[in-house]
Ligand binder design. Structure first.
Ligand code: UD1
Ligand code: MG
Length: 462
């Protein structure tokens, strides 16, 4: 049976007080709308239609995908009016699932339940029992009984005081028989307090036609909460982060404090991984067995092998998936910065205030203090001294530095690329190296020390 999915995302989101369309605001690093779209991927719909309006160009550009189509609703005259615009895009006589672009945490299992209960025949409403259902459309049931047949939905603003006392609200999500839905939305009017075309008025039409109407309760509040304001966005963010943190802990990851953990993407963890407080993970991150992450690290698109230790306040940014690699048993930080293309072998040590970009360091290489390695290939066991840098940029182009195995680079050296330093060579501290260094030699390139005996310091003139 054909499945259509319609996602309403035309609303303005006035209460966000933002120039960005509401559905593009981010939760855990992804837009609200993208959360909904990702959830629908597993539902195998024949058609997925996003209704856009406010900021339509921006919204469509942000989420465009081959399987998605867009329908524009201008102006926005209500949810019923929104679905009217989508009618020509709907296929077949099966089921149409209606979701909201600003309700990001709806789960696939719940959507699946709506689809199955609809089965192309029934009108299925996802409902929620709330202690304060203000603003929600109320589910009107026969004789006001919890198990009574659904008779209709009354919008909050149109509801009587008695109806407002009903705690069961409509979540804004439903599954409807496609053919009937098209017919019903064609019959809507805007004779109501808000002068809008209410999609929720189709419920009474279904009842009048004898079409079965089911109200299914959502499994929890988090799945159906919408975002209308920065406060609500932050609340959902925390709920989502708590959920992710709990899943990781269930899988054995030891989080020092699940309330101080943020994951904006995917985190894969081996056994006995420990993560201290205030760490942020973004994009695709993998942590091997026994990896320990110190407090206040930001780690994005990186794979960190077993036993590596990332000390406090380190910033690892791979830019793209797999962009930074840290080998087994490596020690990073505190205060280290690994940038895109940093590829560190096993047992590499990167200490405080060391920046590594687009460089590979082979097993056992060390750069422990205040250094820069950019566009470099560093051999095994190299010791790269404090304050040394690769001068990789001539103002126009980037050049590479090759450092052979067992090289010792003293402190405060400038290696002017392109340059190569042969295996086992030694670079004297304070050298500016502009010519290739042969294997095994000592290279010193700095002013010779001069000693002037009996030197009298200048004295202040009166
Ligand atoms: C709607 C429901 C209400 C339900 C509530 C749940 C109607 C008439 N009412 O009310 O029963 O309890 O959601 O949150 O449906 N949208 C458009 N075009 C429009 C208007 C809205 O695309 O012309 C989109 C919005 O962007 C949003 C969704 O539809 O994603 C819901 O719109 P909103 O204005 O929030 O509806 P409510 O009045 O809250
Ligand atoms: Mg709303």
């Amino acid at each position: 049976m054909a499945l259509n999915i319609v996602i309403m995302a035309a609303g303005k989101g006035t209460r966000m007080k933002s120039a960005l369309p509401k559905v593009l605001h981010k939760l855990a690093g992804r837009s609200l709308l993208q959360h909904v779209l990702n959830m629908t991927e597993g539902l195998a719909a024949q058609r997925s239609v996003v209704i856009t309006g406010h900021g339509a160009d921006e919204v469509e550009a942000a989420v465009a995908a081959p399987h998605l189509s867009f329908v524009r609703q201008m102006p926005q005259l209500g949810t019923g009016h929104a679905i009217q615009q989508a009618v020509p895009a709907l296929e077949g006589e099966g089921t149409t699932l209606i979701l909201n672009g600003d309700v990001p945490l709806i789960k696939q299992a719940t959507a699946q339940r709506l689809i199955e209960a609809c089965d192309g025949r029934a009108l299925v409403l996802l409902t929620i029992h709330l202690s304060d259902p203000s603003g929600y459309g109320r589910i009107i049931r026969q004789d006001g009984k919890a198990e009574g047949n659904v008779l209709g939905i009354k919008e909050h603003k149109d509801a009587t005081p008695e109806e407002r006392a009903i705690r069961e609200g409509y979540t804004g999500m439903m599954a409807a028989p496609t053919g009937a839905l098209k017919r019903w939305v064609g019959q809507l009017n805007n004779n109501n307090v808000q002068g809008e075309y209410y999609l929720t008025d189709i419920v009474a039409m279904a009842v009048a036609e004898g079409v079965p109407v089911l109200g299914i309760a959502a499994p929890n509040e988090t799945e159906v909460l919408g975002v209308n304001s920065p406060v609500q966005l932050a609340d959902l963010e925390r709920r989502f982060q708590r959920e992710q943190a709990h899943e990781l802990m269930e899988a054995g990851v030891r989080l020092a404090d699940p309330a101080r953990f943020d994951l904006r993407g995917q985190l894969q963890c081996g056994q006995d991984v420990e993560i201290d407080v205030n760490c942020v993970f973004e994009g695709q991150v993998s942590l091997g067995d026994g990896v320990r992450i110190g407090a206040n690290c930001v780690i994005r698109n990186a794979s960190i092998a077993a036993g590596a230790r990332i000390h406090e306040f380190s910033h690892i940014d791979g830019e793209k998936a797999g962009g930074v690699k840290v080998g087994a048993g490596a020690l990073i930080g505190p205060f280290a910065r690994l940038r895109p293309g940093a590829d560190l072998g096993d047992e590499v040590h990167i200490g405080n205030f060391v920046e590594v970009k687009n460089s590979s360091l082979a097993r056992g290489a060390k750069a422990n203090h205040l250094a820069y390695l950019g566009d470099a290939t560093v051999g095994e066991r190299v010791n790269y001294g404090a304050g040394s840098i690769t001068a990789n940029y001539d103002g126009a182009n980037k050049h590479r530095t090759e450092i052979g195995a067992d090289v010792h680079v003293g402190s405060n050296c400038v290696l002017v690329a392109p340059i190569s330093i042969g295996a086992g060579a030694t670079i004297g501290g304070g050298s500016t190296i502009t010519k290739p260094v042969a294997a095994g030699e000592l290279s010193v390139a700095r002013g010779k020390q001069v000693g002037i005996a009996g030197w009298t310091r200048p004295v202040k003139k009166r």
